[in-house]
Design a protein around this ligand. Structure first.
Ligand code: PMP
Length: 285
């Protein structure tokens, strides 16, 4: 993936794709002092672009550093990357991290904060699951207590347990894993939020220890526009049995129906399908 044509924006300028490198002694590589965004452009426009740029800056603040660019400058960088690569439909990855410098210990006040934006083409995150319904494993890892980690930051360090969960899921033939939180409540998947339907009403975990996704908020708005009741609450594992439909939301995942979580089955029902279609329409509107 590193050996290809194209341009990546790094610290204020476009650099050829193959030259977008960092030094081995980058603080972020050793201590996870890094935050990022995942965004999607549809027909040349990044959906909720500004919200993503704002979240990037907030995530950095939550892990104690300041991005040396304004939201407007980040917006301009993203536009520049799309244009330089001649892209209209793409996944956009903005990244900010503590670079290499004098500080090689845990503290890193003197190292420069670096920022980059890359974009590439990325199709359906869960492949054909959008039609058939994804199969999810149940992870043995739990989303941490917000007193243990800055759970509202889209920070690299929080993804260590996600990668391990997803690898274990894939080894069992699943697309992803559903994670519980530190209290044992249903939380989310490794890179997407989760929704359930029971008797025409929607239930989704309260995002008090994981990312309140931009797609999650969008989909809640879409449901409310349709006068569908949405309950944001703590969901116990034994409730899974009573839910009829389930779907995941995320920038990469968009809206993807879920057919199975562990031993629990869900139908890819009308409401799930309607959310898939309505979201696809909305992002291109
Ligand atoms: N949870 C996790 C762990 C994620 O990585 C993502 C993707 N950013 C989400 C939820 C969904 O967030 P969004 O809808 O803002 O993409």
């Amino acid at each position: 993936y590193d050996d290809r044509d194209g341009f990546i924006w790094m610290d204020g300028k476009l650099v050829p794709w193959r030259e977008a490198n960092v030094h081995l002694l980058t603080h972020a590589l050793h201590y996870a002092s890094s935050v990022f965004e995942g965004e999607r452009a549809y027909g040349g426009r990044i959906f909720k672009s500004r919200e993503h740029s704002e979240r990037l800056k907030t995530s950095a603040n939550l892990i104690d550093f300041e991005i040396p660019y304004s939201v407007d400058e980040i917006e301009a960088a993203k536009a520049q990357v799309m244009q330089a690569n001649g892209m209209t439909d793409a996944y956009v990855r903005a990244l900010a991290w503590r670079g290499a410098g004098e500080d090689m210990g845990v503290a890193s006040r003197r190292n420069p904060v670096r920022v980059a934006v890359a974009a590439w083409e990325w199709g359906a995150y869960y492949g054909d699951a959008k039609l058939k319904g994804a199969k999810l494993d149940i992870s043995k890892w739990r989303r941490p207590d917000p007193a243990t980690a800055p759970s509202q930051a889209k920070a690299a360090g929080l993804y260590m347990i996600c990668t391990m969960s997803k690898h274990a899921a894939e080894a069992k033939g699943c697309s992803d894993a559903m994670m519980f939180d530190y209290r044992g409540y249903v939380a989310e998947a490794t890179g997407a939020n989760i929704f359930f339907v029971k008797d025409g009403q929607v239930h989704t975990p309260k995002p008090d220890c994981f990312l309140n996704g931009i797609t999650r908020q969008t989909v809640i708005g879409m449901l409310k526009d349709r006068q569908i009741k949405v309950h944001e609450r703590h969901i116990m594992p034994d409730e899974l049995e009573g839910f009829q439909q389930c779907w995941l939301t995320g920038t990469a995942a968009e809206v993807t129906p879920v057919g199975q979580i562990g031993d629990y089955n869900f139908e890819v029902g009308t409401m799930a399908r309607e959310m898939v279609d309505a979201y696809e329409k909305l992002v291109r509107a």
